[in-house]
Design a protein around this ligand. Structure first.
Ligand SMILES: C[S@@+](CC[C@H](N)C(=O)[O-])C[C@H]1O[C@@H](n2cnc3c(N)ncnc32)[C@H](O)[C@@H]1O
Length: 357
């Protein structure tokens, strides 16, 4: 039976995916195993105990792309397209020689945003066959396995925010499943050029290591809709698989934490400290170990205590902020180092003398 080129390419893609999924190249890593987890495909399970702040894994991305760099390329494309139009106009109007070679200008001016960016395709094509097969073996939440589906299902964004302006594809970290009460948190380390995964809480050997794929402050139904739409599964984690009344109480706590977090920077000083405390309490009650969120609440509390002239409490909050940030991103991370500098400045004799004088 004759097959179209598209069909042949899809079959080839699927064949490689099955070949890799069947191989045992994934299973063992220092500190954890990647194994089948009921209802979730593969997932990572701790092979040792971890403490909050332990570095669980560090991985260099196979694919790395930044939309801001790409935006600059888009601008160049736009300029090329305009030059193309001008050259066509000049050619038609005055029979003059075009300024831009036609095929080049036409090619760069085209390009659909729904397609995998060319730079990403180039990076993918430059990988070894084994590396390509490893990526093709990753999960894909879309109906038909494709490069775009794999990137969407497994890609991380660079930086602290969950913005979609950048894409990192790390084949091992892509095996970590989602939980609405995750025990691990990943972050990009610009210095080492690696994605790092830290334990956010005490984890016992045998527990699944999970990260989050969505905004944990959203209510259960919103989280479920997001996860279903983007990742094709209905979340049944410990926070979601509960009776309606329990879910309602959980939604209320998460919603309150989100509201308070927004209010915190502009709150008046005395209220700000109380808000920071309440955020930490809500996160504890909700079992959300997010250490970056905790660090942020503490940093704001430092600022409010300083405004109140309460140096002692400012120092104590600053210490907490430093601990949370260094556990979330490592003590050498920029955010932790800044918190340490701040703490040291507050501890300095001049500041202490000014405050007591
Ligand atoms: C980035 S991959 C994670 C690794 C994946 N389980 C695998 O086998 O490669 C994302 C996919 O894993 C599955 N997944 C992740 N977290 C899940 C969860 N809490 N419940 C059910 N499926 C989950 C979904 O199929 C999702 O599209």
């Amino acid at each position: 039976m004759a097959r179209s080129r598209g069909q042949r390419q899809r079959l080839c893609f699927l064949g490689a995916a099955f070949a890799c999924a069947g191989s045992l190249c994934w299973t063992k890593f220092p500190g954890f195993h990647v194994v089948p987890i009921e209802g979730k495909g593969l997932g990572a399970v701790a092979e040792q105990n971890f403490q909050a702040g332990d570095l669980v894994y560090e991985e260099s991305p196979r694919i790395m792309w930044d939309a801001e760099d790409a935006a600059r390329v888009q601008l160049l494309k736009l300029v090329a397209a305009i030059l193309l139009l001008v050259s066509i106009f000049l050619f038609v109007a005055f029979n003059s020689v075009g300024l831009v070679p036609l095929p080049l200008a036409a090619a760069v001016a085209l390009g659909r945003p729904e397609e995998v960016p060319e730079e990403v395709k180039d990076q993918w094509n430059q990988l070894s066959q084994e590396q390509k097969d490893q990526l093709k073996g990753l999960s894909d939440a879309s109906t038909e396995k494709s490069m775009m589906g794999i990137l969407r299902t497994n890609g991380f964004s660079r930086g602290a925010s969950k913005s979609s302006s950048s894409l990192l594809l790390c084949p091992v970290l892509a095996r970590f499943n989602h939980s609405c009460s995750p025990n691990c948190q990943q972050s990009w380390d610009e210095q080492s050029g690696t994605e790092k995964l830290y334990a956010m809480t005490t984890i016992q050997k045998g527990e699944e290591l999970c990260i989050t794929y969505c905004d944990l402050r959203e209510p259960r139904e919103v989280r479920r809709e997001t996860l279903q739409a983007k990742y094709g599964f209905r979340c049944a984690c410990v926070a979601c698989d509960v009776a309606s009344a329990v879910a309602e109480a959980s939604d209320a706590r998460r919603g309150e934490a989100a509201r308070l977090q927004e209010m915190l920077p502009s709150a008046d000083a005395a209220e700000g400290v109380q808000i920071a405390k309440r955020i930490l309490q809500l996160l504890d009650e909700e079992g959300i170990a997010d250490l970056t969120l905790r660090g942020l609440a503490c940093s704001e509390a430092v600022r409010h205590c300083q405004r109140l002239g309460d140096l002692q409490r400012a120092q104590s909050w600053a210490k907490q902020a430093y601990i949370f940030y260094s556990q979330a991103r490592g003590p050498e991370s920029q955010i932790a180092r800044r918190a340490k500098e701040y703490l040291d400045a507050l501890d300095s004799p001049e500041v202490t003398a000014t405050s007591s004088g």
